[in-house]
Design a protein around this ligand. Structure first.
Ligand SMILES: CC(C)(COP(=O)(O)OP(=O)(O)OC[C@H]1O[C@@H](n2cnc3c(N)ncnc32)[C@H](O)[C@@H]1OP(=O)(O)O)[C@@H](O)C(=O)NCCC(=O)NCCS
Length: 154
């Protein structure tokens, strides 16, 4: 008898809704040492840049919004994660691309994000999407790790 890896249909990306929050929060908790609190996700419900990828269950999410920096609108990728067993299938790429589309529709010209300097898979994903290292925030994370600020134009 042979065993085969589980087959998954291709996920679709849509706006997050309240029924997704628990699944999102579980992925967040499993993905980060310092996860966002549940209430943070609640506060982004209804925002066009709060998106989930799902194929029956939620397999990843992105939170993208527009912030005012020195009087200019700037896109901000605030959070992005994919359920660990589903990484490497292109879901992170799909979510990032759609998040950037939302920010472009909102009229921003540049997008920034912060990422741990040790987070190689995320760094590769962002570099593949034309993000460039703009500056370093020393000790940005509570365990003392530096954050890299990456920026790209839309
Ligand atoms: C970063 C993350 C969202 C990527 O999601 P993903 O669905 O695995 O990404 P994709 O399958 O679309 O892969 C995108 C690119 O990421 C890179 N990548 C993905 N998995 C990787 C791994 N295990 N090691 C190194 N690079 C990896 C590759 O460059 C890949 O491009 P390729 O397919 O052309 O090789 C996912 O790893 C994750 O949830 N990590 C934990 C949470 C996190 O760190 N979020 C980012 C915070 S800034």
């Amino acid at each position: 008898m042979t065993t085969t890896a589980p087959e998954h249909s291709a996920p679709t990306v849509r706006e997050a809704d309240r029924a997704d929050l628990l699944a999102i929060y579980r992925i967040e908790e499993a993905s980060f040492d310092q996860p966002w609190p549940f209430t943070a996700f609640q506060s982004y419900l209804g925002e066009p840049g709060f998106l989930v990828a799902e194929d029956g269950t939620v397999v990843g999410y992105v939170v993208a919004d527009v912030i005012d920096t020195h009087g200019r609108d700037l896109g901000h990728i605030k959070d992005l994660a994919v359920h660990a067993p589903r990484r490497g299938e292109g879901i992170g790429t799909m979510l990032l691309t759609r998040g950037l589309d939302v920010l472009e529709d909102e009229g921003v010209e540049s997008v920034k994000l912060e990422v741990r300097e040790s987070n190689e898979s995320a760094l590769r994903l962002y570099r593949d999407h034309e993000f460039e290292h703009r500056r370093t925030l020393p000790g940005y994370y509570s365990d003392g790790e530096d954050a890299l600020v990456l920026v790209r134009r839309l």
